[in-house]
Design a protein around this ligand. Structure first.
Ligand code: PLP
Length: 439
């Protein structure tokens, strides 16, 4: 069934004529998704898929969730926009809910924006103002956004369209060997220790010595769902605390129960950040982001003024509130833990069986497998073929990592065990179709 009277090829030709060349779509024959329900989506030709990338780690509660749709429709039928010049009840309620759920202690403030990049921009603004310093430390392999400032703290060459940064940025050593080959062969404890030592050394030897903030994702998302070793962020926090350096946890991908074992990704590491940035899952795909942080830091720019015209508007706040209520009411974090644990087990079984499957990593419903060649080196071509084979079999996944060979799995947290099993069967079929060697 072809809707809108156009084929994907035709739509793609039109897109290429008027959208930037660097906006790439997945798949040789791009897909136009037109309908969705829960963790299933349908394209314009009537093909159905399991959405195992959850939009782009956005649709955390699933597609077309009646409670969220109704909240948005109800609000749109009343008033769509008024701005922060007026009171917005849903925005205040959303901020209260986030503070209630926050892992940060003490007084906090929430500033709403329209995206993850803007959330990080705002956090950087508050940190540099509060600390009266423009020095920032980020991690190699990080991704923090596509705006000028956030691109400047992103530690991945392929996402750095400019060598310039608005800030003085230093990159700390990433404790994962794919970003720091020197660490190859070391135990996770040794890697955690080595990288915390390196951070101290970096500050002492290579900076002006007055750092505003250290920013890190609890699990690096675009970087390929890279988990930090146990103890790493705790050791890092000790170094930061010695010098009063703020810690910004970029939770654009890891918040709201995504990791299963905690509501906020940073809670898996037992450290308390000064600010948390969020977007993607906050509105289940609606354009809303936020920075939540210690009041004295967020309010430090006062009496200067700052505004986001669309941040936390009526519709996105009402939708995000309904989304948070849905996540909590249905205990999606627990489901992410259980179904994610099962799916990770199935992925590990594939690693045992097939040479082409390298590292399996992640937690909850934020999981990745690396596709590797016979010598164990990253194999991006195999990852492409694997994605296409999964698509042909009705499963959509994401891709990422330094070498683009990591298959990223981040479905809505409503995924059932049966659907996870269905996906794992498809993965095995796809590996067999690729001609992957059995160990
Ligand atoms: N931070 C992280 C960890 C992200 O993964 C992303 C987007 O992928 C961003 C920030 C930027 O978010 P946005 O694309 O909404 O600006």
């Amino acid at each position: 069934m072809i809707q809108k009277g156009t084929t994907p090829e035709e739509l793609n030709r039109r897109k290429q004529a008027v959208l930037p060349a660097w906006i790439s779509t997945n798949y040789e024959r791009p897909i136009e998704l037109v309908d969705g329900e829960g963790f299933r989506v349908r394209d314009s030709e009537g093909n159905e898929y399991l959405d195992l990338f959850g939009g782009i780690v956005t649709t955390i509660s699933g597609h077309n969730v009646p409670e969220i749709v109704e909240a948005v429709q109800r609000q749109a039928g009343r008033i769509m926009h008024s701005s922060t010049l007026y009171l917005i009840e849903s925005q205040v309620r959303l901020a209260e809910k986030l503070v209630e759920l926050s892992p940060i202690r003490g007084d906090q403030k929430v500033f709403f924006v329209g995206s993850g990049s803007e959330a990080n921009e705002a956090a950087l603004l508050f940190a540099t103002h509060y600390r009266r310093s423009s020095e920032i430390i980020a991690l190699r392999g990080s991704y923090h956004g596509g705006s000028f400032g956030t691109m400047g703290i992103t530690g991945q060459a392929s996402w750095r369209a400019t060598p310039r940064s608005a800030l003085d940025v230093s990159y700390a050593m990433n404790p994962h060997p794919s970003y720091s080959p020197l660490l190859e062969g070391m135990s996770p404890e040794r890697r955690a220790e080595a990288c915390a030592k390196d951070l101290r050394n970096l500050i002492e030897t290579s900076t002006a010595g007055h750092i505003a903030a250290f920013i890190a994702e609890p699990i690096q998302g675009v970087g390929g769902f890279i988990e930090h070793p146990e103890g790493y962020l705790r050791r890092v926090k000790e170094v930061l605390d010695e010098q009063g350096i703020l810690f910004i946890s970029d939770e654009v991908q890891t918040a709201f129960g995504r990791t299963g074992s905690a509501f906020w990704g940073v809670e898996n590491h037992g450290v308390e950040p000064d600010m948390i940035t969020m977007a993607k899952g906050l509105g289940n795909g609606l354009a809303i982001g936020a920075v939540m942080g210690r009041s004295e830091v967020v309010d430090s720019i006062s009496p200067k003024l700052h505004i986001s015209t669309f941040g936390g508007n009526h519709i996105s706040s009402a939708g995000a509130l309904a989304n948070l209520e849905f996540i909590l009411k249905n205990d999606l974090q627990k489901n992410a833990d259980e179904v994610g644990g099962y799916l990770k087990g199935r992925l590990e079984a594939l690693k045992e069986k097939y040479e082409a499957v390298g590292e399996v990593r992640g937690r909850g419903l934020m999981l990745a497998i690396e596709l590797v060649g016979p010598d164990g080196s990253p194999d991006p071509a195999a990852a492409m073929r694997f994605m296409e084979a999964c698509r042909e079999r009705g499963v959509l996944v994401g891709k990422g990592g330094l070498r683009s060979n990591a298959i990223r799995i981040s479905p809505p947290l409503t995924l059932t065990r049966e659907a996870a099993g269905e996906a794992a069967d498809v993965f095995e079929d796809a590996l067999a179709a690729l001609g992957a060697e059995v160990r």
